[in-house]
Design a protein around this ligand. Sequence first.
Ligand code: UDP
Length: 331
Amino acid sequence: MREGKPVDKILVTGGAGYIGSHTVRELAAQGFEPVTLDNLSEGHREAVVTGPLEVGDLADEAFLDDLFSRHSISAVMHFASRCYVGESVTNPKLYYEENVGNAMTLLGVMLKHDVKRFILSSTCATYGDPIEVPISESHPQDPVNPYGETKYFIERILKQYDRAYSLRFVSLRYFNAAGDSLDGLIGESHDPETHLIPRILQTAQGKYDYIEVFGTDYPTPDGTCIRDYIHVLDLAAAHIAAVRWLEAGKASDFFNLGTGNGYSVRAMLEMAEQVTGMKIPVKMGSRREGDPAELVADASKANQQLGWTPQVSDLRTVMETAWNWELKRRY
Ligand code: UDP
């Protein structure tokens, strides 16, 4: 095993976004120095509760170059990305230009400044329609939408940059990120909001007339889609484990991040009704294009090798923290 250098200052792109902002907080709590880079197109200034915020665009190479000159960065966590499956189908140009293009600009500037540790926010969407569940890292990667394709591209670029330039990376393939901070200080905020849990809870608050269930004829026990919901704080903890992995000089690798438990859309609605104590109006609708019936992680590799296990991803905690955030929402 190679000797690693300690990591202190970490550039967090997309650090004002949902998963990035929770990770920035956790990095600071663990004694790292996070520096957030965000163009605030989707992110929120109020979400950056610790460390400096650099407002700028990843496509701006001169800005990045200057940022790396001003900060002594020892690793990069790359959250900033377009991340809507449906939008990627109708506007793939945006996804290839921003997700792949910006990652290449960032990696180029990193190499110029001799920063060679990189953690990628990847996704289970790189696997496409699963041929078996639970999905392990050795499952074939065959994305069925441009979003998944862009992340798969970046993973392949990283492998080649490792070979050619010794850039070490960890690619974390998230399943369904869910839940919010325990104290309600930061949380998920998208406009428009498309994700299931906030849509359900905002329906409970009367912001929508009903929640539409996308498909009731899937080959699952209750006919609705099954997903593996992993708490955003557990995702943040996995990023800390990934930094430690790179710090220890270990080789580049890929890890699934999920709980291994799948819940149907109906099960999510039931839990939301229990947690809110409200009856939530539901409309049964048709399938949404590009939704596989079941996505559940085999996360045993991350469990065994990164020493990571979910701590707060039981469904009730996920829903309670999400509800707490909706009630206290600051942005
Ligand atoms: N879903 C739904 N109604 C909604 C939003 C989502 O039935 O208004 C379903 C969706 O089809 C999927 C699951 O909930 O099976 C999770 O969707 P989400 O958009 O939260 O995450 P994704 O799985 O697309 O990453």
